[in-house]
Design a protein around this ligand. Structure first.
Ligand SMILES: [Fe+2]
Ligand SMILES: [Fe+2]
Length: 288
């Protein structure tokens, strides 16, 4: 199949991904603003019965024993925090979309979700370490969503992945992303970007997905966040959490240093927090 036909088929597949619920889209839009109020999140959850029951279920599953049942949605949202509510809202679509194997990357079921969640936590930790104002919760959500183009592209990669791997390990002057483009006509960041547009995600999330491997190509206003997600992604891979054959076959854009510097101690602490928080969130979802 020619690259052109292949990329057209992939774009067609990207149009058929499950839709986000309107409330989830609104939640992502509200929380992408720097000045949002927790009350806005509470109001949104209140008027979505499916989300209300999920949030209460998760809040009660993590409430320390001895705490009375959490029955009010206000208390549940405040108890869990915006980040957790966003993760819950995304979970429904996430399970259809992320929690599958990626045969083209040789990744088992759960690896993509685990990599995305680790990237989310690492991105938030990096955001908390930098010395400029940035919405750390937005960095978390951007990390959670950064690689979902892989779920679309994986099946198309299956036939060409041995060739692609040989390329990036050999004399090919490019990373895995360029390899995808070379063989399929399109890469997972471009496909993810297309899905982000069809989901009407806020610009900050759209740009993080589109440019997470080449943050210098993002519009200037979005670069601080995109460099943070770029770093979060690399740290997740360095911690051993990738999505199969492409792991660590990407470049680190050294220009991140024009936005932030991380000391060895900071990296060590980010990696530690990443693993602890990953285990915590995973156990919450396993128990809910
Ligand atoms: Fe990626
Ligand atoms: Fe990634």
């Amino acid at each position: 199949m020619s690259r052109k036909i292949m990329s057209e088929e992939i774009y067609e597949a990207a149009k058929n991904v499950p839709e986000l619920s309107p409330n989830t889209t609104q939640l992502l839009q509200i929380t992408s603003r720097d000045d949002y109020e927790m009350q806005d999140v509470i109001d949104l959850v209140k008027y979505d019965s499916a989300l209300t029951s999920q949030v209460l279920k998760v809040a009660n599953s993590v409430a320390l024993s001895g705490i009375k049942q959490i029955s009010s949605i206000d208390r549940a949202v405040l108890y869990l925090g915006q980040r957790m509510v966003t993760t819950i809202a995304l979970t429904e679509v996430a399970y259809q979309f992320f929690d599958r194997d990626l045969p083209g990357y040789n990744a088992e079921t759960g690896e993509l979700w685990a990599h995305d969640l680790r990237t989310a936590v690492a991105s938030r930790e990096v955001a908390k370490s930098v010395d400029f104002e940035i919405n750390a919760d937005m960095a978390f959500t951007a990390g959670l969503l950064h690689d979902f183009g892989k779920a679309v592209i994986s099946d198309y990669l299956l036939d060409v992945s041995p060739e692609l791997l040989q390329k990036v390990q050999g004399h090919f002057q490019g990373d895995f992303l360029e390899g995808e483009r070379d063989l399929l006509g399109v890469d997972h960041a471009q496909v993810g970007h297309m899905v982000a547009q069809s989901w009407s995600l806020p610009g900050s999330l759209e740009m993080s997905i589109r440019h997470h491997h080449a943050p210098g190509e993002a519009p200037r206003a979005f670069q601080p966040l995109v460099y943070i997600v770029h770093m979060g992604d690399i740290l997740a891979m360095l911690a051993g959490s990738g999505t199969g054959i492409d792991t660590l076959h990407y470049y680190l854009d050294r220009d991140y240093e024009s936005y932030f510097i991380l000391s060895f101690d900071q990296v060590a602490s980010i990696m530690l927090n990443m693993n602890e928080e990953f285990d915590r969130i995973r156990s919450i979802f396993a128990g809910a």
